[in-house]
Design a protein around this ligand. Structure first.
Ligand SMILES: [Zn+2]
Length: 165
């Protein structure tokens, strides 16, 4: 009796998590992705491919080495780096590497603000670089999320460079 119960809940759990991960893995590299809203994908694919986007949400491949950007495993639609209007900052060879997609401020500009201009935190960096002055992250950021976290990562990089000079 006890065994039966244990086995059953165990199997159900497995199937559920299997289906969940199965749907979110990149079809090429099998890395798990992050969900991205349809409006973001539609706005960022090159106009020629906009029709192929359809009305579904997508996942973004988080593997920097993989050329796949957006994918939907139910509709089997895949968009790779060369079909996206902007370089994806965490993908290999991204140039320029944007920290803020809305105001087109690069990671380098944020790092310079910290290392050369002495900015210490997000507020000071925003003032110096003009980052996040026109926030439209849902449309401009490849994850459809606020750029704030990428900028903070770039600030941290700048701070560690400054501390090591
Ligand atoms: Zn991938």
């Amino acid at each position: 009796m006890l065994n039966e119960k244990t086995n059953k809940s165990c199997c159900e759990g497995n199937i559920e998590s299997f289906l969940k991960t199965g749907n979110t893995l990149c079809p090429i590299c099998k890395t798990s992705g992050i969900k991205v809203k349809n409006i973001t994908v539609k706005h960022l694919v090159i106009n020629t491919f906009e029709e192929q986007v359809g009305d579904t949400d997508y996942y973004i491949c988080t593997n920097g080495e993989c050329d796949v950007v957006y994918y939907n495993n139910q509709t089997n639609v895949v968009f790779s780096k060369n079909q996206i209007k902007v370089p994806i900052w965490f993908k290999k060879g991204a140039d320029p590497k944007y920290a803020c997609y809305c105001s087109k401020v690069t990671e380098e500009q944020v790092i310079n603000a910290v290392v050369k201009n002495g900015a210490n935190d997000l507020d000071e960096v925003l003032k110096l670089t003009g980052a996040m002055s026109n926030p439209q992250c849902q449309k401009n950021n490849p994850l459809g999320k606020c750029c704030h976290k990428i900028i903070q990562d770039a600030i941290n990089k700048g701070l560690s460079i400054r501390n090591n000079i």
